[in-house]
Every structure is written in structure tokens, then in C-alpha cells.
Unconditional design. Sequence first.
Lengths: 205, 159
Amino acid sequence: MRWKDQLNDMKLDVLKEIGNIGGGNAATALSNMIEKNVDIEVPKVHVVGLSDIYKILRDPEEISASTVVPIKGEAPGKMLMIFDSESSKRLISFLIGKKPEDLTELDEMQSSVLKEIGNIMCSSYVIALSTFTSLFMETDVPILVIDMLGAVIAETSILSSEEYDDVIMIENILKIKDSENLSGFLTMFPQHGSLKKIFSKLGIS
Amino acid sequence: MGNKIIIGIGEYAVANNPSIIITLGLGSCVGVCVRDKRNRIGGMIHVMLPEAKDKLKKMSKYADPGIKLMIDEMVKKGANLRNFEAKIAGGASMFQTKGFDVGKRNVEKTKEVLRSLHIPLIAEDTGKNRARSIEFHIETGDLFVKKVGGKEKIEIIKL
């Protein structure tokens, strides 16, 4: 089965709107935490075949920090908040002062700060989505993974693809106003049953 | 340098010497590399799940029957089952999930399929929680495994 054959322009617009609402809330949450301006780009909806995932990434082997947040409730799915190495280290320094040297060797404090940033952003997204759709949703325990970007995205896709051969990603790019260019990718992976519920709740079937 | 072939999740490729087959981002997936060491014909499959429950789906996603499909294609290209040897990498548990460990099940099923085909497994790098990218050189049979090591460097090991 493929998502590609089941989505029309109207449904794609709904997915983009989910990205707008959720991503906007998450960006506000981040901005409040670090007391800096956070810009958000127009969300992109990717419908990609599982075997083509590595093709949409600029550098699949880039080491980055990802917080994986499972969504539970009436419309389950997964959320990923990904920051590249430099952005992760700067974020940690904004909140606890000292900038870590090595992303692969964070101490407990540093990694929990990073995990909590991801968690708060993903939860804000999910709360907004839950309100927008009036479906009950909540987030489960977050996991911080520091590894190759491509693998984290592939693994999350596999977990949310179920029997489908492709996966939907609603992607938001966040830019943080700072002396350096910091950015993050916030991505939601809905499961297929969840999307059907969301669409029918919004009167599109 | 021969040509480089990149395969994605749930795909396989069969190639003659000299070629390099690559796959990126193996998490719980397993990269199964099989090579006829005399005729230098090799194949790699990126296995995503252990077993296909019904026959309507993309079969190369599964260890069973995906590995067999790849072996059949190698034999069609002139490889001889008696010269086969295998190396595998992957099957990590990246998200430390409790209970259902797909990576481990993928590795177990892969080994079971290889055993049933009488293909000796000569090297493996499986399990743990790090993702892997792999490069399989058909000419030498070398399998290079890339993982995130200390100091934010990618470390490469040769199997």
C-alpha cells in the first residue's frame, strides 16, 4: 500500500496546516525557553518511499541529536526534534551556561537538558494538534538519540509506517536568531489510522 | 574503482566484480551481504523485518523470503551456491525499546535463513545501540562498517 495514491491536494493542505499549527506552537515554546527569536519556515510535507528516505537528506551520515517523542491517544504517531551538533551544543549553553565539547559524550545534565527541550517542543506541537482536531492525544516518554541523522529518520519511519511502503513526514525548519546560524528540524510522522481519524474529524474523507 | 550502487530500506542489489554496494542508516534493519568468492558475484539486501505474513507486499523488505530472492538472482547471474559466504551488520536497538526488539529478531531470522541455505556466516557486527552504514566490496569481499564513535567522528571497521 502507498500513501501516495491516497492523498489529494486538499489532504496535503490539511497536513501542511497541521505543520503550521503544531510547528508554530513548538517554536514559541523554544523561544520562551531560550529567550531568543525563533523563525519558522513554511512546513513541507514529504511523502517518501521507505527505500528513498536517504535521498531526501543532504547528509545522511551527519551526527545529530534527536529527541524521539511517541504520540499516544486517539491519533498515535511519532515526533522527532532534530538539532545538528553545533545547534545542540549552543542550546545546552543557553540553558546551563557551559557549552559541551563533544556531542557523543554529554553528561547526564547536558543530555537531559537537550532531551527536555525536544520534549517540550514536541509536546507543544501535539497539544496544539489535539486542540485543533479535538482528538485526545498525549506524549509518551521521550528518548534522546545521538547518532547518524539518516538512521534516526529511517528508524522512526519504519516504526510508523506499519504495512505501508511509504511514510508521511510533516517537516518544520526552525531558525534561531543568534550570532551563528542555528537550526533544527521538527518532524511529525502520523500513523495511517491516525490520519484517517484526523481527516474525518475535519470533515474530509 | 568499479561502480557504486546504493540501496535503500527493503531493497537488494546483485553485482559483478568490480562493484561496491552501499546502504546507509541501518538501525534495527540488517544488511546481509553474500558473495561467491570464486566467481566474484555479490549481493546485498537491506532487511527491514523478519518475515512476510502475506504475499502481497514488497518481498525484499523481509529476511524471509528476501534473502532467497537475492540468492536466486545471484545464481541466475552465474554464481555457485557452494562458493557462497555471508557477512551481516545491523540489528541495533537505537531507541532502547522494552520488550519487542525488532533488531534482534531480524538478526536471528537472517541467521536462520542463511543456515537453511547452507551459507556460512563468516563475520558479523550486530546488536548494540549504534546505527551503521555499510560498504560491501565485491572484489575483495571486505565489508566496511561505519558507526558514530567518540569525539563526534565516524569510525570505520573492516569485516
